[in-house]
Design a protein around this ligand. Structure first.
Ligand code: 2IT
Length: 448
């Protein structure tokens, strides 16, 4: 297998699918050496089969807005790979959603889910519906219209969606209500991220952020460092950023910046509980403006328009918002200002140039999204287990399992990513560990 040859063929077959091609190239670069030591993979054309999704459903979603006007969006479900379990992955509602974006996310999800130790395949879906500025009633009507098509593609043993950007507890509620109505099946296992009274798991809302901080702790610990007292810059103020802030503060770190599409809020004294709670209000307002935090707490934080979180001085950078949100220039600015660690919490949050720059700095600690943020989908897997057994675990039990899973993901990265000098290439480690598991499962199950 030669990465460049495969990439050329893929680029010719899927012109303009930039995010998808970027995600595939990163994985292939990491695994090329190991892959070529396994002629049985080459013979079964594992890579050629693995880079294409099993199937993609595309559908029209028509709904009526508050003014009575008819709106039309596109909906998708990408069922990427089911070698190790049913398709599992979130739904993204964002105006920039394209098949390329969902294919990159489904591809990443396949390896991420393999890392969790749980039997889940990879999938992703969503719509170009823009939640910004929408009322609750509009969100509900859109979710119902979306489910009118999606329900045919999913099921507790086939494909289990969850949230992603633009889809949180409120949206999962509307989606689940409509699914049950249409399918006349009242089991709890077809979506994860559900409410606590109808099959949801304690800690699922926090899990992506909590897991990311547990992973960061492992990265720091191995490098002989402690997160206590360190300054942290975070992008975003959605569900993931909220969980990350909560756990960072609990572990004694100081979150000195959060950012949004409109700019950054500098918080010199560190974010506090009241401000973290306010992030939830900001998320559900659908305004998508981080300036609201500075307006609400003028004494504690100051808003700088048009700037990213990466303009702020910090020890640790945690991208928690969107793919490619941290560029090579941002990486240079961070390093110049003294940052020595970046754990990607968003999927593919760093551009390739940023990753290369970080990795070229001696002693810099970088870990990729598919390892760092896997606690979210892992806890979805735990929610599926509770649903299948018709039971509910305590918060402590879920947290212990999440801890255990994050420790295991870190171990896998160390095993497959150790460099000659003893430091860890977490990108390589995560990609090889995830790939080997899926490749072996595909090989053993034949050409299907
Ligand atoms: O990117 C992700 O891992 C998610 N959006 C969560 C997926 C899930 O099924 O919980």
């Amino acid at each position: 297998m030669k990465t460049q040859e495969i990439m050329q063929q893929l680029a010719a077959k899927h012109p303009g699918e930039a995010e998808y091609l970027q995600a595939v190239e990163e994985v292939l670069n990491s695994i090329e050496e190991v892959y070529n030591q396994h002629p049985e993979y080459e013979k079964a054309k594992i890579v050629e089969r693995m880079v294409e999704p099993d199937r993609i459903y595309t559908f029209r979603v028509t709904w009526v807005d508050d003014k009575g006007e008819v709106q039309t969006n596109l909906g998708y479900r990408v069922q990427f790979n089911s070698a190790i379990g049913p398709y599992k992955g979130g739904l993204r509602f964002h105006k920039a959603v394209t098949p390329s974006m969902l294919k990159f996310l489904g591809f990443e999800q396949t390896f991420k889910n393999a890392l969790t130790t749980l039997p889940m395949g990879g999938g992703k879906g969503g719509s170009d519906f823009d939640p910004v500025g929408k009322s609750d009633a509009e969100i509900m009507r859109f979710c119902q219209a979306f489910m009118l098509e999606l329900w045919r593609c999913i099921g507790p043993d086939q494909d289990i969606p969850a949230g992603d950007v633009g889809v949180g507890g409120r949206e999962i509620g509307f989606l689940n209500g409509m699914y049950q109505k249409l399918a006349q099946r009242y089991h709890t296992g077809v979506l994860t991220g559900k409410g606590m009274t109808w099959g949801g798991s304690i800690l699922r809302p926090e899990a992506t952020g909590f897991g990311a901080l547990y992973f960061t702790q492992h990265v720091l610990e191995l490098a002989g460092k402690d997160i206590k007292g360190k300054t942290v810059a975070i992008s975003g103020f959605g569900n993931v950023a909220w969980g990350a802030c909560t756990k960072a503060v609990e572990l004694g770190a100081k979150v000195v910046a959060i950012s949004g599409p409109d700019g950054v809020c500098a918080i010199p004294g560190g974010i506090d509980k009241e401000m973290i709670d306010y992030m939830l209000v900001m998320r559900s307002s659908n305004r998508n403006k981080v300036q609201d935090m500075a307006d609400k707490f003028p004494g504690k934080c100051s808003f700088v328009a048009g700037k990213k979180a990466w303009s702020q001085k910090c020890d640790i950078a945690l991208p928690c918002a969107f793919q490619n949100e941290l560029s090579e220039d941002d990486a240079k600015e961070l390093v110049k200002n003294g940052t020595w660690c970046c754990c990607e919490v968003s999927n593919m949050g760093c551009q390739p140039g940023a990753i290369h720059y970080f990795q070229a700095q001696k002693g810099f600690l970088f870990a990729p999204g598919k390892a760092v943020n896997a606690g979210g989908v892992a806890t979805s897997g735990l929610e599926m287990t509770q649903n299948a057994e018709h039971i509910s675990w305590t918060g402590q039990e879920v947290d212990e399992r999440l801890h255990h899973i994050m420790a295991s993901i870190h171990e896998q990265c160390v095993k497959f990513g150790k460099r000659a000098d003893g430091t860890i290439d977490y990108v390589k480690g995560a990609n090889i560990a995830g790939f080997m598991k899926v490749a072996q499962a595909m090989l053993e199950q034949g050409l299907v």
